[in-house]
Design a protein around this ligand. Structure first.
Ligand code: F6P
Length: 540
């Protein structure tokens, strides 16, 4: 298999090295049906990859690569519950949280369904006021304490779907920075606040520091005996949740086969169920399930996650483009880029293959983004005219949930226009003609021409959502999750571990002590110097 994969990569790389490989406009000129042939639908979403330089020949080579790398076999192994997270010897069964699967996946689904049933019962009891706080008041606010995968997913979905009048107000405390807590605190009435400590490991330094801080506040507010009734835990570590003082009936567990950045569908989503209502949380899961079915069943040629991954491989490894921007044209999706940053960069930022050998080519690109149209007024200048191309994912929503049609038309028009401008550019003749028509003097035209030319042939994908509702959002997130998995298979890396975040965590512990005691230990000269200066500035 390794030889076949190398040969398939060599073919892709040879095509990328051929003259004009990055050109897109000639593909449209040669094929009036390009949009029809290069867009596909699945899980309720539409993906258009026509505005990339992926031609029929390139796509065929990329699909050969997917076959050589046995993407379909790896996908099925994941769904069967095999230990695809090889370094941690674990399955990766987030799809079992959303529906039944064959083999071990089915067992995992039944287990997950039991926890979901408990979450539903808890949610209903809170909403009905059957479970109340220490002062017998109904809970109206849910405070989720967590970081990374135990925060970003729920925050992103909460921002996207929560509306005033929904069952509970969601508040999120992620960063250990005390200013985060200071911002959140005035929004809280302890008597009405249910606190969820969301941590897969229940050992994460930042989350535990915040959890203890909030526990002290709760004890001071409702009394040491009553505080426990305001807490629940979302975790795999039942020993640590007990030590923290959260009783078993208030712990919503999940298994180690749920990766942090894939966990919003598990107990980690409880803040969503509480704030949105159970039916809407279930609809989110059903949307993801629709994308799972598509990923598991659709042929590679029309499989959205596979195509999205192949386009990325073409950009990263073929065309040497190591950044990607994500622009959701929907203000409610403003935290989607942050969620995708973790999902994609924590999963794909790897330098060795599953066998421990150096990866022979580049892996995950830098992902960044902002909602449109705001992004147009910040980083899009670089995307339009910077010397290195930056592929973009545009996410457009057909029908808004407001009645301001004019605004929505402007929003959509801008999204479409950005993609079109990146593709078509504006050549020197067109710029000159426009300036001449405006009566600009020849010397001024000559001076400004290079600044006003747009090269074009800059790639983008477009994802269309009919509405930004629970089902479509679930499908969108699952689309990116599966895309990450496919890229892991193509690159031969493990997308489910994150050893790279460990070292900094370990090294922070002694530095905390040094900051407490004022005694600087052994460090490189820069770190020692900065520590000394920080202590001096703090008067320590
Ligand atoms: O940032 C590293 C990481 O391990 C993420 O993968 C995870 O989502 C996050 O920390 C939080 O971990 P936990 O849920 O165990 O607190």
């Amino acid at each position: 298999m390794a030889a076949a994969v190398s040969a398939a990569w060599a073919k892709v790389e040879a095509l990328a090295a051929s003259p004009g490989a990055a050109a897109i406009r000639p593909l449209f000129a040669a094929d009036p049906d390009r949009f029809a042939r290069f867009h596909h639908k699945g899980g309720g979403l539409l993906l258009d990859i026509s505005k990339t330089s992926v031609s029929d020949t390139v796509l065929a080579a990329l699909l050969d690569l997917a076959r050589a790398a046995d993407v379909a076999g790896s996908r099925d192994a994941m769904a069967r519950g095999e230990a695809v997270n090889s370094t941690e010897r674990r399955a990766a069964l987030h799809i079992a949280l959303r529906g039944d699967l064959p083999g071990a996946g089915g067992e995992a689904h039944r287990e997950a369904a039991e926890v979901l049933a408990r979450m539903e019962a808890f949610t209903t009891a809170i909403h009905r006021g059957e479970i109340r706080g220490a002062t017998n008041q109904r809970f109206d606010t849910v405070l989720n304490i967590g970081i990374g995968g135990s925060d970003l997913g729920p925050v992103m979905v909460g921002r996207a779907l929560w509306r005033a009048g929904d069952p509970m107000r969601p508040i999120h405390l992620g960063n250990v920075d005390g200013h985060g807590w200071e911002t959140v605190l005035p929004q809280l009435d302890a008597r009405r606040t249910l606190v969820l400590v969301a941590s897969k490991t229940f050992t994460t330094q930042e989350t535990m520091a915040n959890a203890h801080l909030v526990k002290r506040w709760m004890e001071a507010s409702v009394g040491p005996n009553g505080a426990a009734s305001h807490f629940a835990a979302l975790s795999t570590n039942l020993k640590a949740t007990a030590e923290f003082g959260i009783g078993e009936d208030r712990v919503f567990p999940f298994r180690d086969w749920v990766g942090g950045r894939f966990s919003l569908w598990s107990a980690i989503g409880l803040s969503l169920a509480l704030s949105l209502g159970w039916d809407r949380f279930a609809a989110l899961l059903a949307g993801a399930r629709a994308m799972d079915r598509h990923f598991l069943d659709a042929p590679l040629e029309s499989n959205l996650p596979v195509l999205l991954a192949l386009v990325e491989a073409w950009h990263v490894n073929g065309l040497d483009l190591h950044r990607r921007a994500v622009l959701p044209y929907d203000e409610r999706l403003r935290r989607l880029p942050a969620h995708l940053q973790q999902l994609e960069m924590e999963s794909l930022g790897k330098g060795v293959t599953v066998d421990g050998a150096p990866v022979p080519r580049a892996t995950g690109p830098v992902v960044f983004g902002e909602p449109g149209t705001n992004a147009q007024h910040s980083f899009m200048q670089l995307v339009h005219q910077g010397p290195r191309h930056v592929p973009v994912d545009f996410i457009l929503v057909a029908c808004p949930d407001h009645t301001h049609a004019d605004n929505h038309n402007i929003l959509l028009a801008n999204g479409l226009a950005q993609a079109e401008a990146l593709l078509m550019g504006r050549d020197a003749d067109a710029v000159r003609a426009e300036m001449e028509a405006a009566g600009v003097a020849e010397a001024e035209i000559t001076r400004l021409l290079p600044h006003r030319v747009f090269g074009g042939d800059r790639p983008s994908n477009t994802i269309l959502m009919p509405r930004m509702d629970e089902a479509a959002l679930g499908a969108l997130i699952a689309l990116y999750e599966h895309k990450v998995f496919v890229l892991g298979a193509l690159w031969g890396i493990n997308p489910f571990d994150q050893w790279g975040v460990e070292l900094g965590k370990v090294m922070a512990t002694p530095i905390v002590r040094e900051l407490e005691t004022g005694e600087v230990g052994a460090h490189d000269a820069s770190t020692a110097g900065l520590l000394t200066e920080l202590l001096r500035l703090r008067g320590g």
